[in-house]
Design a protein around this ligand. Sequence first.
Ligand SMILES: Cc1cc2nc3c(=O)[nH]c(=O)nc-3n(C[C@H](O)[C@H](O)[C@H](O)COP(=O)(O)OP(=O)(O)OC[C@H]3O[C@@H](n4cnc5c(N)ncnc54)[C@H](O)[C@@H]3O)c2cc1C
Length: 456
Amino acid sequence: MTDTSADLVILGGGSGGYACAFRAAELGLSVILVEKDKLGGTCLHRGCIPTKALLHAAEVADSAREADQFGVKTAFEGIDIDGVNKYKDGIIAGLYKGLQGLAKAHKVTMVEGAGTLVDAKTVEVNGTRYTGKNLVLATGSYSKTLPGLELGGRVIASEQALNLDHIPNKVVVLGGGVIGVEFASVWRSFGAEVTVVEALPHLVPNEDEFISKRLERAFRKRGIKFKTGVKFTGATQTDSGVSVSLENGETHDADLLLVAVGRGPNTAGHGFEAAGVQMERGFVPTDERLRTNLPGVYAVGDIVPGLQLAHRGFQQGIFIAEDIAGLNPQPIDESGIPRVTYCHPEVASVGLSEAAAKEQYGSVETFTYDLAGNGKSQILKTQGAVKLVRATDGPVVGLHLVGDRVGELIGEAQLIYNWEALPEDVAPLVHAHPSQTEALGEAHLALAGKPLHVHG
Ligand SMILES: Cc1cc2nc3c(=O)[nH]c(=O)nc-3n(C[C@H](O)[C@H](O)[C@H](O)COP(=O)(O)OP(=O)(O)OC[C@H]3O[C@@H](n4cnc5c(N)ncnc54)[C@H](O)[C@@H]3O)c2cc1C
């Protein structure tokens, strides 16, 4: 017989929901976790993990194709998409199994089915009511489209793009944000002709403009086409293709149109409004302690306005569990959440862009270290840069990176930002040679007034 009451009832078993469940269980709370599909949610089954597996396969393809420049003889014969999908699905299956084991080990009561919020203490699933002293809403997000653009056939969203049984010859990607540029990168490496359409002036428009421009330069070199600052006006499908029109009068014909224009909160049809949860454009606003307007009801992850990232969901889930358990955790600084776009080359950042820092601090200093001066980056044959922003005479408030593998540098970058380090604090720390972390070290040395491998 399944328990029907607990300290905590969580609606949705994605990154935010399951992290909250596991931490609460560790703290001795009883937890019921309601999930209508698969534990792990978007990130594991339709998001972070499968996209990164595709991106790794893409990197292997590029390495095979370009091995000559390292003096290695290979013959690139092509992509076996069934093999790629098998590799990707194998990773997901392994992690899914591990996650199910963790839920069991934490003694979380799993309830399968779609839950509806009844009131601030009750969720109903298939006619059974589950009550909690506290509730957490963690229902995640869905792929949005534009008005008048229906998904279906050759017009696809990321869910379909992850499971194609073929490689398109020609693709148009609508949206130059994280998801759009990651798929553009994969398909280009797999041999497709790719055009990205972005209404804002730059690709990855949420990043510091310098980084966007460097990514655009790299994409241009890779033969990834992009149209920025231009709006999409319509798409028509035929049996053989899709024709995409832009407001500048251009049309682009392709096999597929990937719609990557952002993710909407999955909050409709779960009883939220009827139960009295305050909503804003479909999102569930919270205070800095992630409390909704209903006492004892929290919200976590993609339904809470802000960055839609798995590790934000993890951290918010942990925060809620600790808050309920009375540990009084520190509220999360949204700017301190690291952001990585795993295209080739990668983009990574934490903290404020130069423009946002100027707005906040009035006066800032910046330093940009080009990876041309970094030995390891030369060995890898990657180009890129590290840009630092500091409040004048104050801490480093923004770190922005572009180049292959720079996503791995964000661990150090986020410590620098979140510990409010001065460049002078970082300068004496030794970075292993030759490594790409040296680029971070060199940039801080320069900003602290003692540049080492820096020209003029
Ligand atoms: C293509 C793609 C790539 C991404 N790549 C990255 C990345 O590299 N790094 C990163 O940090 N983030 C990435 N993300 C974002 C990341 O996946 C999300 O931020 C994260 O999954 C949000 O977690 P969540 O818990 O809010 O929601 P979700 O993971 O969406 O989980 C919500 C869960 O709730 C369940 N549910 C919904 N309604 C109900 C109901 N009524 N009853 C019961 N269950 C319900 C759903 O089935 C789902 O399992 C990516 C997303 C996409 C789409």
